[in-house]
Design a protein around this ligand. Structure first.
Ligand SMILES: Nc1ncnc2c1ncn2[C@@H]1O[C@H](COP(=O)(O)OP(=O)(O)OP(=O)(O)O)[C@@H](O)[C@H]1O
Ligand SMILES: [Mg+2]
Length: 420
């Protein structure tokens, strides 16, 4: 059976996750993907998303991908890998092209985009995304799709995203050492946005807050376009550390308490409720009001949301979030998350869980901590649906059966128009 397999790889500061999926629908904007395999490894080689220990990262990448391959009964050789937003710079650039024929063609659009894209980029930086935002045809501004329109002058406005070359190089190196190729690097908050935001939310104005272990990434959309990308260098690990210090428990016990009794919105907790703390013999039996745990979590998570809110306000978008805030990432699983986000941002809030346009073993990834990896697979599927970038993948029986069909599709350069 010929198939288009795509693989996503998310190297987070707490865990490395791989998903292998098959692209089944061919709608360019929303291709349906069937999840075939999921693999995970606890990450230890990463300090705030910078590949700090290549050997360790390589081991995690190999484990996550091999587990996913085993579950999928398929091998992949290239992956769409997420890169963290910490070293990101974004800028808007314009490009102008004169229209050659009587109406605007794909070639005219590509030329205008190529001009916008041709910006000088510092030697220590790398361009990873060039996202057309909107076009102007003669005096007609705010055009979404200019193809077929009549005009003489086409102008494009493009959002260019660059990252530091050295984190990108280290990430590629770790993936290659694990025995795979990087098909493309994708900015993590953009991948997550693909997995959890709806078109309506992006049109109305929405702030995506992805709270992982080490960092909290932010992406703001308004009128269907990406408007702001940012990162706060704090996440769930900081909440855990506060519990360690505040309650005198180990890191592992703090994680356990968070999962079992945690809540980030203090008013939601019954004041009379008491919980037992894991204790050493010397500490003896210890009981605390659950409200105290919620207080610690509320304070720290609230502080992180406040920082995000401040950044979005400085970017000029805090009053433009008609669709509110969508919180995702592992830490979004904390009860009280929408309540706290709503309190701080002064808008509606919901938890973002991947699931739309997903089939196959989708149940395995319908949790907020899988948003990035699912988004990476959807990004890859979009590439395939556009007719490019299906990387050589072999569908094989891992038990040793006959190899399946090799499929090498020619890579076609496409602009990710209407995608983000
Ligand atoms: N049920 C839960 N309740 C509370 N916290 C949770 C829960 N599940 C996960 N977390 C927290 O989520 C965090 C991990 O999130 P995630 O898996 O998104 O991180 P990551 O992608 O590895 O990190 P990053 O994106 O920051 O590099 C941890 O701090 C963990 O404590
Ligand atoms: Mg993450």
């Amino acid at each position: 059976m010929a198939s288009s397999l795509v693989a996503g790889l998310d190297i987070g500061s707490a865990k490395t996750t791989a998903v292998i999926a098959e692209v089944v629908g061919d709608l360019p904007k929303h291709p349906t993907v069937n999840v075939l395999g999921v693999g995970q490894a606890r990450t230890t080689g990463l300090r705030r998303n910078v590949v700090a220990d290549i050997e360790e990262s390589t081991r995690c990448i190999r484990k996550a991908l091999e587990d996913a391959e085993r579950m999928a009964g398929a091998r992949v050789d290239a992956v769409y890998a997420g890169i963290a937003g910490e070293h990101v710079h974004a800028m808007t650039s314009t490009g102008i092209a004169s229209v050659t024929g009587s109406e605007i063609t794909r070639a005219d659009v590509d030329r205008a985009n190529a001009v916008a894209r041709a910006q000088p980029i510092a030697q220590d930086r790398e361009l990873i995304h060039a996202i057309p935002q909107e076009y102007s045809v003669d005096k007609n501004v705010g055009v979404r799709d200019p193809i077929g329109m009549i005009g003489t002058r086409l102008e494009t406005e493009m959002y260019l995203v660059t990252i530091g070359s050295s984190p990108a190089m280290n990430l590629r190196k770790a993936v290659e050492r694990a025995g795979y190729k990087v098909a493309e690097l994708v900015l993590e908050p953009l991948a997550s946005a693909l997995a959890v935001l709806t078109d309506d939310e992006k049109e109305l104005g929405v702030c995506l807050v992805e709270m992982g272990a080490g960092t909290t990434d932010v992406a703001v959309f308004h009128e269907g376009k990406i408007r702001y990308l940012g990162t706060v260098p704090l996440g769930g690990l900081n909440v855990t550390s506060d519990i360690v210090h505040g309650l005198g428990v180990t890191q592992a016990d703090a994680e356990g308490l968070k999962e079992k009794y945690g809540c980030v919105y203090e008013p939601m907790v019954d004041r009379a409720e008491v919980i037992s703390l894991p204790s050493t013999v010397a500490q003896g039996d210890r009981q605390i009001p659950r409200e105290l745990l919620a207080h610690i979590m509320h304070q720290r998570t609230g502080e992180i949301y406040e920082m995000v809110c401040g950044d979005v306000e400085r970017a000029g978008y805090i009053k433009k979030l008609a669709a509110g805030v969508v919180v995702t990432g592992g830490a979004a699983a904390q009860p009280g998350t929408p309540e706290l986000a709503s309190d701080i941002f002064g808008t509606g809030a919901r938890i973002g869980v991947p699931g739309e346009f997903l089939g196959g073993l989708a149940d395995n990834v319908m949790q907020p901590r899988f948003s990035t990896v699912v988004g990476l697979v959807q990004y890859g599927a979009h590439r395939v649906a556009l007719g490019g970038a299906a990387h050589k993948s072999r569908r094989i029986s891992v038990a040793g059966g006959a190899p399946g069909v090799d499929r090498i599709a020619q890579r076609v350069k496409t602009w990710l128009q209407d995608f983000f």
